[in-house]
Design a protein around this ligand. Structure first.
Ligand code: CA
Length: 165
């Protein structure tokens, strides 16, 4: 069964690009333009991942994120947040509210697809393409973030990342 993704984004061009990139990777994308509609979708169906914009015509994606984390059926739903350039406060708030990852606009569809797949893998959803991973193909969580958050290692090897990364 292919992974189901709910995309909350009011910019039609961004939504089209995102949906195209993810559907090409075998995901099923449901698109909401409004916070209100996304809430209904989440009540109606089960999703494997939520990609949400912050500024929406009828409210903030951060409010939806807060509610998602407080509702038991969606408390563990992986969430990737799309934030506007320069809106650091949105990113900080989003991470505090429990977003798993974020991308700053403009972003490349390929990077988005890669991050979505990484989140799905982390959530135990096969290889992120909707196909079960081959047994013992990869460790469950190859990335490790050390306690100070200063270093990220991949299978025990520290990655040579800059501070910003
Ligand atoms: Ca927006």
């Amino acid at each position: 069964m292919s992974a189901r993704l709910l995309l909350l984004e009011d910019d039609p061009a961004i939504a089209r690009t995102v949906a195209y990139a993810l559907e090409r990777d075998g995901l099923t994308v449901t698109h909401s333009l409004l916070v209100h509609d996304a809430r209904q979708q989440l009540q109606r169906a089960r999703f494997d991942l939520l990609v949400l914009d912050v500024g929406l015509p009828d409210g903030s994606g951060l409010d939806l994120l807060r509610d998602v984390r407080h509702a038991p059926p969606t408390a563990a739903l992986p969430v990737l947040m799309l934030s506007a350039q320069g809106e650091e406060i949105d990113r900080v708030l989003g991470l505090e509210l429990g977003a798993d990852d974020y991308l700053t606009k403009p972003f490349s569809p390929r990077e988005l697809a890669a991050r979505v797949k990484a989140l799905l893998r982390r959530a135990g959803h096969g290889n992120g393409n909707g196909h079960p991973a081959a047994p013992a193909a990869t460790a469950a969580a190859p990335f490790h973030d050390d306690e100070a958050g200063q270093r990220i290692s991949l299978r025990g090897q520290a990655l040579p990342l800059t501070r910003r990364e």
